[in-house]
Write a protein that binds this ligand. Structure first.
Ligand code: DAH
Length: 335
């Protein structure tokens, strides 16, 4: 029996303890009610009468040994924890700098565009990103088989065979907000309508399946093409400076007649290219009718600008995908 006591003693001395979890294992192994020392105490019945006193004494020594090792380890772990804590509590240490965030370049561009249009007297309006076919296409004078209505260009949310149930789409442009605005507000109307739009396009440096537009609508008596041109040129100058190089070209859209597109020169004087930033035109009378505005009394202009294009020109970005990847090295350049 005394051999067993000796063996347990060695075990207690060599049990590896290097952290407080292991110390708890040590306690369970030796010092707890079901631990090895208590179990061995219970074996006193098997010890010969004359050896009982010696056994009892060596067991007590064993218990003290384990308890001492436990106490010693416990206080050493406690003091290193205090040392750690007091390092944190050192109020003279400089605090780590917290990273500074900034507005996304598209948000910055949009804010700049909005402030220009506020100056020019435009209010702001919003519409839903999930649109019905009527607002996204029909009311905007798209013929029934126009290619934009195709699944190749448009993300459908609901496509119905029942002619009484309208299809639902992710809006392919912000122009449907024009219709919604005219449905709820009588002219004069002068508003911009910024927002996200979606197109079913292959992702490349030049195109992405979502982007942003700023739509505009100005409806009143006697609004003319000259007003449209004047507003667009004023915008280009306020956004890019008085020496901005721009051109207006004829275009075609189902919802405007006549239609114009605006390009801005991208690059240096010698080397560069034209970048289209918007489509625009005089609101087609069919659009006024669909939205409940009298085309005999009112005329109006509208445009849809690409926010990414405006930002690309402002900052010389050459890959549209960088706007959506949230790469901190890209974003940090716009602090
Ligand atoms: N909705 C057109 C597009 O996404 C852009 C556009 C062209 C908007 C002419 C207009 C407009 O309001 O008058 O390509």
């Amino acid at each position: 029996m005394l051999d067993k006591v000796e063996a347990l003693k060695k075990e207690i001395e060599s049990f590896p303890v290097s952290n407080s979890d292991e110390l708890e294992n040590f306690r369970l192994e030796f010092l707890s009610k079901n631990g090895k020392i208590q179990s061995m105490f219970k074996m006193i019945g098997q010890v010969a009468k004359e050896d009982k006193a010696a056994f009892g004494k060596s067991m007590n020594d064993l218990k003290n040994l384990a308890q001492d090792r436990f106490d010693e380890l416990q206080s050493s772990f406690a003091s290193s924890a205090t040392a750690e804590r007091s390092a944190i509590d050192d109020i003279t240490l400089t605090a780590p700098l917290s990273p500074v965030g900034s507005l996304h370049p598209l948000t910055q561009t949009l804010e700049e565009m909005k402030s220009i249009f506020y100056r020019l007297g435009f209010a702001i309006s919003h519409g839903p990103e999930i649109e019905d076919d009527f607002h996204n296409f029909t009311a905007l004078n798209f013929p029934p088989n126009h290619p934009a209505r195709d699944e190749q260009d448009t993300f459908f949310v609901r496509k119905s065979d029942d002619p009484k149930v309208d299809d639902l789409v992710l809006r392919t442009h912000t122009s449907p907000v024009q219709i919604r605005l005219m449905e709820k507000q009588k002219p004069p109307i002068r508003a911009i309508m910024p927002g996200r739009v979606y197109r079913n396009e292959a992702v490349s440096p030049k195109s992405y399946f979502l982007f942003h537009q700023v739509e505009a609508l100005y409806v009143d008596e006697n609004v003319s093409v000259a007003d449209l041109k004047d507003t667009l040129i004023t915008f280009a100058k306020l956004m890019y400076g008085n020496d901005v190089k721009y051109r207006l070209r004829p275009g075609f859209f189902p919802f405007t007649e006549p239609s114009l597109e605006m390009d801005i020169w991208w690059g240096s004087k010698e080397k560069g290219k034209w970048l289209e930033i918007l489509g625009s035109g005089m609101v087609d009378p069919n659009v006024f009718k669909a939205a409940g505005v009298d085309p005999e009394k009112y005329t109006g202009f509208a445009w849809g600008m690409g926010v990414e294009r405006i930002a690309i020109l402002k900052h010389g970005i050459d890959d549209i995908r960088s706007f959506y990847e949230n790469d901190i090295r890209f974003l940090e350049q716009f602090n």
